[in-house]
Design a protein around this ligand. Structure first.
Ligand code: HEC
Length: 160
């Protein structure tokens, strides 16, 4: 009798463990997909921003915005003393604000990005704060790579 109760209990707890953990796993993977900065960048930003410098003249001629590698170089490098102090939080806050409220005054890339491409359109209505946070962290963690030579890229583009 006790054996039967015990095995019943064990079965019940195994069943509960399975049924409780399953929905959690699904939630987690959904969340990961929803806030995967790389994927979100691809779907929201890549249509205008290449990740790396253009490889061909044709690619350079059809660019709609500066490549991310150059943007992140400016975001991290900064141009004045104030910007050299830029921390991760400052960079993330800058990206999150700029994408939703871009203005000429805020832009860190030198004026020619706006002259060449026009001001970036606001994405206030199309990207949520959570999505943008994941994108900004992805950009901060991956760009520019250590061996990126910004001046070389500029020289190459001006020759083209
Ligand atoms: C419709 C085209 C377009 C899309 C889509 C777009 N951008 Fe831009 N973005 C631009 C253009 C054009 C510029 C350059 C002019 C400027 O700085 O406003 C720019 C500039 C920027 C800058 C640099 C601002 C500076 O300091 O000069 C950041 C950061 C940026 N974009 C982030 C993003 C992110 C993140 C996404 C995706 C959520 C995104 N952009 C999607 C067109 C776009």
């Amino acid at each position: 009798m006790i054996k039967r109760i015990l095995s019943g209990l064990i079965l019940t707890s195994i069943f509960m463990a399975i049924s409780c953990s399953t929905p959690q796993v699904i939630d987690d993977s959904l969340k990961r997909e929803q806030y995967d900065g790389k994927q979100l960048f691809k779907s929201r930003c890549l249509s205008c921003h290449l990740l790396t410098p253009p490889k061909t003249k044709q690619e350079a001629a059809t660019m709609l915005a500066p490549p991310v590698i150059a943007i992140m170089y400016h975001v991290k490098e900064g141009t004045g003393a104030e910007l050299e102090m830029m921390s991760r939080k400052y960079a993330i806050d800058f990206i999150m604000d700029y994408v939703r409220n871009p203005t000429r005054e805020k832009a860190l890339c030198s004026g020619h990005a706006i002259e060449n491409f026009g001001l970036m359109p606001s994405m206030k209505e199309t990207v949520t704060a959570e999505e943008l946070n994941a994108i900004a962290n992805y950009l901060y963690d991956n760009f520019p790579p250590k061996d990126f030579d910004h001046d070389k890229m500029e020289r190459k583009q001006h020759k083209q």
